[in-house]
Design a protein around this ligand. Structure first.
Ligand SMILES: *Cc1c(COP(=O)(O)O)cnc(C)c1O
Length: 224
């Protein structure tokens, strides 16, 4: 099942890449495995996937001992990170995509491990969404660049949900503009239902869960 779904996702990526005049190798597929057990991560690894996205520090902390043999795997934190979980997160993730404040950046830097980070940007006025406001980016970027243990590589965003990719596209375009303005190479944007538009607008990382693994189990094995 996963094998067939992966082939379908690859087909969709290829078509979008062609429309955009880009190369398949420009786009990294981050398989989002939140709420799925470690065996699913191992199965995906056997099929060649190497980048994984997880949302909850506690859930992944419980899962990751079972993944020690996946030596080429890289794990991205794509969910909100609370300062009090920064230390654990720095030990189990290679990339933190959701840095959104100077306080969190300094906290991560102070732990002393080298980490790749991205900034989560909030592009809509939705109250509940995490992320840094675009107008706060210059200060936040400077602060992160001053952190010796953090390497800032790009921006990430989660637009308001819409099944219509044309509604979401302007958010992707805006994130790409912001990254260009600030000299950042990586763009993490696009999920199962809208990664084509994201690829057309310049995504370098797409975060795909449902299209690969099917609907997520209702109860998390270890909820955060
Ligand atoms: C869950 C999640 C995804 C994957 O969503 P799907 O619609 O299942 O592909 C991507 N990004 C973030 C931040 C998520 O929380």
């Amino acid at each position: 099942m996963l094998k067939e779904r992966l082939e379908e996702v690859e087909e969709r990526i290829h078509r979008a890449v062609e429309r955009a005049g880009r190369k398949r190798s420009d786009i990294a597929l981050v398989a989002v495995t939140k709420k799925f057990p470690a065996e699913i991560v191992c199965e995906a690894y056997r099929l060649g996937l190497r980048l994984f996205g997880e949302n909850y520090v506690q859930e992944f902390e419980a899962k990751h001992p079972a993944l020690a043999s996946l030596t080429e795997a890289k794990f991205h934190l794509i969910g909100h990170l609370q300062s009090n979980k920064a230390r654990v997160a720095s030990e189990i993730f290679q990339v933190i995509e959701t840095v959104d404040s100077e306080k969190l950046a300094r906290r991560l830097d102070g732990i002393g491990r080298k980490l790749e980070v991205m900034i989560e940007v909030k592009l809509s006025g939705e109250e509940s969404k995490e992320g840094a406001a675009p107008e706060d980016l210059p200060n936040l970027i400077n602060a992160i660049r001053a952190c010796p243990n953090l390497t800032l590589t790009g921006l990430m965003t989660i637009p308001p949900w819409s099944e219509d990719q044309e509604v979401t596209r302007p958010y992707f375009r805006r994130l790409a503009e912001l990254a260009r303005m600030h000299g950042l190479a990586k763009l993490s944007m696009g999920m199962s239902h809208d990664f084509e538009a994201a690829i057309e607008e310049g995504a370098t990382h797409i975060r795909v869960g449902t299209a690969l693994f099917g609907p997520r189990p209702k109860a998390a094995p270890h909820s955060a």
